[in-house]
Design a protein around this ligand. Structure first.
Ligand code: TYD
Length: 197
């Protein structure tokens, strides 16, 4: 099973990804928890470059995230799935669809094509989209990175972009209200996962 978490910056995805990893591991399953951008040595270098490096155009950003993802799929995600492990990933292709495709205006179709090419068409079995009022999410940010420093305008666009993606991919994307307590949200995630398996 390949599960991803998505949401705006500050939506609590990383916490939920870790809580799901712990729950699956407690059931005795082999679980790999990973994140994007990152997950490999190249990916972590791309992360530093994109989040803390110089300003760049939208296509440069999309291609750097895609390079990190290509490496991540080849070296980490696909091998784990092939040996029968579950993979829980904090951000994946929908981040590029939302941020670069919609919020930055490159177009979803172009960014989908790029990402299907670099991942060999690997899409998650299920994607949990954590939805939170963009102002609340922004208020949770500590030590903002380059994208977060762009402020509420980008975050509002990202929030709208994710809602659009949920309508476009209804069989894969499960929306979750992320305003509650982390433990309650984690229980809902596990229930929704059980419903689907
Ligand atoms: P992340 O570290 O998950 O930030 P946070 O934990 O604050 O949500 O992600 C870093 C940033 O990179 C985030 O602003 C979203 C952005 N991003 C993209 O724009 N496109 C992508 O494909 C990915 C993976 C991330």
């Amino acid at each position: 099973m390949f599960v991803t978490f998505e949401g705006a910056d500050g939506s609590g995805k990383s916490t939920q990804a870790e809580l799901l990893r712990a729950a699956l591991a407690a059931e005795g399953r082999d679980v790999v928890l990973t994140r994007e951008p990152g997950g490999t040595e190249l990916g972590e270098a791309v992360r530093t470059l994109v989040l803390n490096g110089p300003g760049m155009g939208a296509w440069a950003e999309a291609v750097l995230f895609a390079a990190s993802r290509a490496e991540h799929v080849e070296k980490v995600i696909r091998p784990a799935l092939e040996r029968g492990a579950d993979v829980v990933c904090d951000r994946y292709v929908d981040s590029s669809f939302a941020y670069q495709g919609i919020a930055r205006g490159l177009g979803v179709d172009a960014v989908v094509q790029l990402n299907l090419a670099v991942t060999g068409g690997l899409l998650p079995d299920v994607t949990f989209l954590l939805l939170l009022d963009p102002d609340v999410a922004t208020g949770r940010q500590v030590d903002p990175d380059r994208l977060e420093r762009e402020g509420t305008e980008l975050q509002a666009k990202v929030d709208a972009a994710y809602r659009e993606l949920a309508k476009r991919f209804p069989e894969r994307i499960v929306t979750i209200d992320a305003t509650g307590e982390p433990e309650a949200i984690a229980r809902e995630v596990r229930e929704r996962l059980r419903d689907r398996s």
